[in-house]
Design a protein around this ligand. Structure first.
Ligand SMILES: NC(=O)c1ccc[n+]([C@@H]2O[C@H](COP(=O)([O-])OP(=O)(O)OC[C@H]3O[C@@H](n4cnc5c(N)ncnc54)[C@H](OP(=O)(O)O)[C@@H]3O)[C@@H](O)[C@H]2O)c1
Length: 270
């Protein structure tokens, strides 16, 4: 039996919880910590998991195999200290908090703690996220496998050994869904500027972004090939791409945007 502790059951923690149950992890093997006692009772009633309103509710002999840290980064340093008592029991701490470094967890939990820093993204809510994970030196192969399995319940999982990559990961996939939503917004806006009824233009933009994402998901072709497939020489797509791929076009803009997000991620970690 593998014992799972989930600290923070909001949007991301809740999506993971549902993924674990769908994967067949028994509800009785999961304990959630949720400070709002009423919400804790509601979640326990809905899913059949055990619920605690704080670390003080966990029994002395409670020894989780994994403690998933899914609270907001701003409160992590206040929430975490009491969980240091779990370290001698040997769990792996799996954090999904944006920007919180392995060193910041080690500073609170000590150098013996096994820690995985992971960065998921919001498509996790529909089981289509991608998470990049980075372990510290104390994480065993079994613990890494366990984290991989838990994160895979909400999408794909990749691992990096160099924690420094996590800033660019945050910029590309962590923040990435916002860029795609912006694409849908601006495509809808541009259609309206060409005289389309607003509702129709937004619907076209939304369906085009969603459908193209699904095509990319299902196809084995690269994004470049899929783009080339819809671009006939001298046609309408080509006319638009000359603008988007011209000077100061999307490539340059995206490079600048990702550099800015990477820089911000570094700043937030310090
Ligand atoms: N959402 C995303 O797109 C996304 C993407 C990547 C990473 N993440 C990371 O995922 C983490 C959670 O984000 P979220 O969007 O799921 O936030 P959220 O919806 O606000 O969830 C955080 C949950 O933690 C609970 N909480 C607060 N204090 C606690 C405590 N002492 N013990 C246990 N639970 C406590 C909150 O309860 P109350 O509401 O009652 O305070 C809330 O239910 C963050 O660290 C974020 O960086 C999120």
């Amino acid at each position: 039996m593998t014992t799972h502790l989930l600290i923070g059951c909001g949007k991301m923690g809740g999506a993971m919880l549902e993924g674990w149950l769908d994967q067949g992890i028994p509800a009785s093997d999961i304990t959630i910590v949720e400070p709002n006692a009423e919400l804790a009772r509601t979640i326990a009633g809905k899913y059949g998991v055990n619920a605690a309103s704080g670390v003080e509710d966990l029994t002395e002999d409670y020894a989780p195999d994994v403690a998933v840290l899914a609270v907001k980064p701003q409160v992590m340093d206040q929430v975490l200290p009491p969980y240091k008592a779990l370290v001698p029991k040997g769990p792996v701490f799996l954090s999904i908090a944006a920007g919180k470094t392995i060193a910041s967890f080690e500073a609170i939990l000590g150098n013996e703690a096994a820690i995985v820093r992971a960065m998921p993204n919001t498509p996790a809510a529909v089981g289509r996220g991608i998470t990049v994970s980075c372990p510290n030196a104390n994480v065993s192969d079994n613990q890494r496998q366990l984290c991989d399995q838990l994160l895979a319940s909400v999408g794909q999982v990749e691992w990096v050994i160099e924690e420094a990559h996590m800033d660019a990961v945050t910029a590309v996939s962590g923040s990435g869904p916002a860029y795609i939503f912006l694409l849908a917004e601006t495509l809808g806006y541009a259609g309206r500027m060409m005289g389309l009824p607003p509702e129709l233009s937004d619907k076209l933009a939304r369906a085009t972004v969603a459908g193209s994402g699904e095509l990319l998901h299902q196809s084995h072709e690269s994004a470049q090939t899929l783009r080339e497939n819809v671009t006939s020489p001298g046609g309408t797509t080509s006319a638009a791409l000359e603008v988007l791929m011209g000077p100061h076009g999307m490539k340059e803009l995206m490079e600048k945007a990702i550099a800015a997000a990477t820089e911000r991620s570094k700043e937030l970690a310090n």
